[in-house]
Design a protein around this ligand. Structure first.
Ligand code: HEM
Length: 382
């Protein structure tokens, strides 16, 4: 039994799923953000037409067009089948059901890692969004191109098949949702269900084809330094403060020798969202680990925690350090900034007109949904 296991999962939670509250639990409190539409890369392909139609339909809140790819390979993208679910228009309640299903899976991870799929789901959402290039307006969460080779095989995405396979189960149950919406909603559910801040989210991403995939090298390389981080995140449109805020996600999860080559968790509570990542960066003495693997740091005291070279630059670079210190001292501040930055991250590459609502939704956690339904029942019987 892993000492880091989250007690959360041991609670026999969600044995019975509450009915969704009738009153809208959403609170519109988020500035609009999205990016201009990426230019289609596959000229002359009928997919361009279908994508255009899909976008128009999504914008109108009408029929959903989505693609399925039997083999999930680039070679098969030409034989994708276009399905038109003209008789089904998903509502907020339908998305809440997907959220609940994902939340079940997050908590029900058995002996996998630290007992939660949350961290790997968040990594999937981030890697599918973080390919965005603001200059060419390519990449981002819109087309969920990590379904295709070679993007699924890019070194940075090693191990994310676990998360994609898991989401496939949800997709089977809710075939109307696009992969981009599903993966980003999973990122939102992961953060919120592991005790993090609310991440405003809205649907509208459409499934693309293999030719929309981005080249390798768009995601950060953990072995590098501050210039690299600024180049990579700057390309997505993020500044120093946002880079630091986003990096706090490493409070969660762990590195796997057989995925990235690195090894170990960053914090003692890798399935709880907290500012521990920043606190530990300042409070512990970090030394280079002596081993056969890639350069990483370990905490001198317990030698059980790790930091990547890119994590460590957050306390070495003067500008990064300023924000890291603020987040170490004030978790609420980090929660606010993290929420804003993640909401932006998950919308990268999605043309504004594709979103079905102008204001993103703030989705209640499963516990909040159950509470709301209990008090509804209580007021009915009173
Ligand atoms: C700053 C640049 C970043 C670098 C260089 C980086 C690198 C890495 C590496 C090497 C791993 C280990 C993968 C494995 O072996 O399983 C990892 C895991 C992870 N990363 Fe990052 N990352 C960065 C930013 C982010 C951001 C922005 C997020 C989310 C907002 C994030 C979320 C995660 C999570 C949750 C895990 C744990 C996954 C698991 O437990 O399976 N990372 N990252």
């Amino acid at each position: 039994m892993n000492a880091l296991r989250n007690p959360l999962r041991n609670v026999a939670r969600r044995a019975t799923r509450a009915q969704l509250p009738k009153a809208s639990p959403f609170r519109p409190s988020y500035r609009s953000y999205s990016s201009a539409p990426p230019p289609p890369e596959s000229k002359g392909s009928s997919s361009t037409l279908w994508l255009g139609l899909g976008a128009a339909a999504a914008a109108a809140g009408g029929a959903w067009f989505y693609f399925t790819d039997a083999g999930n390979t680039a070679g098969k993208s030409g034989v994708q089948i276009v399905k038109v679910a003209a008789d089904f228009v998903p509502t907020k309640e339908d998305y809440l059901k997907v959220y609940q299903r994902i939340a079940d899976l997050v908590a029900d991870a058995g002996d996998y890692d630290d007992g939660s799929y949350g961290p790997v789901l968040l990594r999937l959402a981030w890697h599918s969004s973080g390919t965005y290039d603001k200059d060419t307006k390519t990449g981002g969460s819109n087309y969920a191109t990590m379904r295709f080779e070679p993007e699924s095989l890019h070194g940075a995405n090693a191990g994310l098949n676990v998360a994609r396979d898991l989401m496939e189960k949800v997709k089977e149950e809710f075939p109307w949702i696009s992969y981009g919406d599903l993966w980003t909603l999973a990122g939102v559910a992961a953060i919120q269900e592991m005790g993090g801040p609310k991440i405003p989210w809205r649907p509208g991403r459409i499934d693309g084809v293999a030719t929309h995939a981005t080249p390798d090298g768009r995601l950060p390389d953990a072995a590098q330094g501050s210039d690299h981080l600024r180049n990579i995140f700057g390309r997505m449109g993020f500044n120093d403060q946002e880079i630091v805020a986003l990096s706090g996600a490493h409070a969660l999860g762990r590195c796997h020798r057989d995925r990235s080559g690195f090894e170990g968790p960053w914090t003692f509570s890798p399935t709880t969202v907290s500012n521990d990542f920043f606190k530990l960066l300042f409070d512990e003495k970090w030394v280079w680990k002596k081993w056969e693997g890639p350069k990483q740091l370990e905490d001198k005291k317990t030698r059980s925690l790790m930091m990547l070279p890119t994590d460590y630059v957050l306390v070495q670079d003067k500008s990064f350090k300023k924000y890291a210190k603020q987040y170490a001292e004030d978790q609420d501040l980090w929660f606010r900034d993290f929420s804003k930055a993640v909401a932006i991250l998950f919308e990268l590459g999605v043309p504004t007109q594709q979103f079905t609502t102008s204001e993103p939704w703030v989705i209640p956690t499963v516990d909040e949904q159950q509470e709301a339904s209990k008090s509804q029942e209580a007021s009915k019987s009173a």
